[in-house]
Design a protein around this ligand. Structure first.
Ligand SMILES: *Cc1c(COP(=O)(O)O)cnc(C)c1O
Length: 387
């Protein structure tokens, strides 16, 4: 059947491929341990479920929601941003619910890019920063994230032609897949860069609530002048174990949010209002539950880093996210290593190259399986390494 050319422009979504491979292995009877997808394994906090049940009992939530979101939702996000980040937001104009950060990021491309515009996107980075622009008929300009620069993009190195075409700049700290936290001075530099080049910064705040060793992640919007040039996408997926719920909010620059809203009224019909009320409960009362989940990830991080060191794989323990970003053994590409590991040991890893050319030479471990399975996976890796 014929499909659009725009669809042919993007590579198959990495995790769709992984899911197929895992299913095939399981069908062969292999006990697969998937460290591929970053999807929390522990349940959504009970207080969030209770709020959903209560909200769902009210028939008023059964009708089409408003795309602007319920006042309670917008006010809860504003109060959270003030309390947590010291960032004041106007609930009327600076906050809108999104059906997950993924939906929001994708649709921002449709709202802001025309050919030959481009989005400046981290390499390696979350695949939607590059796939989204392509599906919008535009381009992605890759900004290498290198460990020697603390995984900060080198904005000074963006060429005049790229600055001319660039309309969006995607940033994401704490960072998937590298686990890096916001490098000193980068946010200030990005505000300046956006001003000079008239582009919108989109900060993906999917992991601000998942940090370790006492590190507290800032909001991009806490940077002086940020609200003039930036929006932030705050997702509840990872921090509150709510990936299945599709709950996020876009906050920040009112004009950008109005454009997103205008687009969105043509695309979907908003977030189930009972889910909005559940998100309110998470934002108002979920801090303790989020801390408990984070403690689990910190423990698993330590467990995996130690076990990897024992088999000769040196990694920097990340201060945030739910991932370990590790170098592939010599003599392998990231794809060949991940394939070998899956074949030989039934462990699914994400090949770094799937996140961009500069992800080559790395693989990503997701800490979203129980401790004993995580240890078993690292033990199986030992044999794949011939150790
Ligand atoms: C998981 C993830 C997302 C997706 O978040 P949803 O709110 O579940 O759509 C977005 N960005 C990054 C960097 C992620 O790791």
């Amino acid at each position: 059947m014929r499909h659009s050319k725009r669809l042919d422009r993007i590579p198959p979504y990495l995790f769709a491929e992984l899911e197929r491979k895992i299913a095939a292995k399981r069908a062969e009877g292999v006990d697969v341990i998937s460290l591929g997808i970053g999807d929390p394994d522990t349940p959504t906090p009970a207080l969030v479920l209770e709020a959903l049940f209560e909200g769902a009992r009210d028939p008023a939530t059964h009708q089409y929601p408003s795309n602007r979101g319920r006042p309670e939702f917008r006010e809860a996000v504003a109060a959270f941003y003030e309390r947590r980040f010291g960032v004041p937001l106007d609930p009327e104009t600076e906050i809108i619910p999104a059906l997950g950060a993924k939906e929001c990021i994708f649709n921002l491309n449709l709202a802001f890019l025309d050919p030959p515009d481009a989005a400046l996107a981290s390499d390696p980075g979350y695949p939607v920063y590059t796939g989204g622009p392509l599906l919008a008929g535009a381009e992605a300009v890759l900004l290498p994230l290198l460990s020697e620069r603390g995984f900060a993009p080198e904005l000074e190195a963006v060429s005049a032609a790229e600055r001319e075409r660039g309309r969006l700049l995607y940033l994401n700290y704490p960072n998937n897949p590298t686990g890096a936290v916001a490098p000193d001075g980068l946010f200030e530099q990005a505000v300046e860069f956006a001003r000079e080049n008239d582009l919108l910064v989109v900060h993906d705040a999917s992991y601000t609530e998942t940090t370790f060793d006492g590190y507290v992640a800032p909001s991009f919007l806490a940077t002086p002048g940020a609200k003039d040039v930036a929006v932030e996408v705050f997702s509840l997926s990872k921090g509150y174990n709510m990936t299945g719920w599709r709950t996020a909010a876009i906050v920040g620059n009112a004009d950008a949010i109005a454009a997103y809203w205008r687009l969105k009224t043509n695309v979907d019909s908003g977030m189930f209002e009972a889910v909005q009320l559940a998100a309110v409960a998470a934002l108002e009362h979920g801090a303790e539950a989020a801390r408990e989940t984070t403690a689990v990830y910190q423990r698993r991080r330590d467990l995996v880093c130690t076990a990897l060191a024992e088999i000769g794989v040196e990694v920097t323990p990340p201060r945030g996210t739910i991932y370990i970003w590790a170098p592939v053994p010599e003599g392998h590409t990231s794809a060949s290593y991940c394939e070998l590991v899956l074949e030989e040991s039934g462990v699914v890893l994400s090949p770094g190259a799937a996140y961009g050319p500069n992800g080559e030479g790395f693989f990503r471990i997701s800490l979203t399986v129980p401790d004993d399975r995580l240890l078993e996976a690292v033990e199986r890796l030992r044999s794949s390494l011939g150790g």
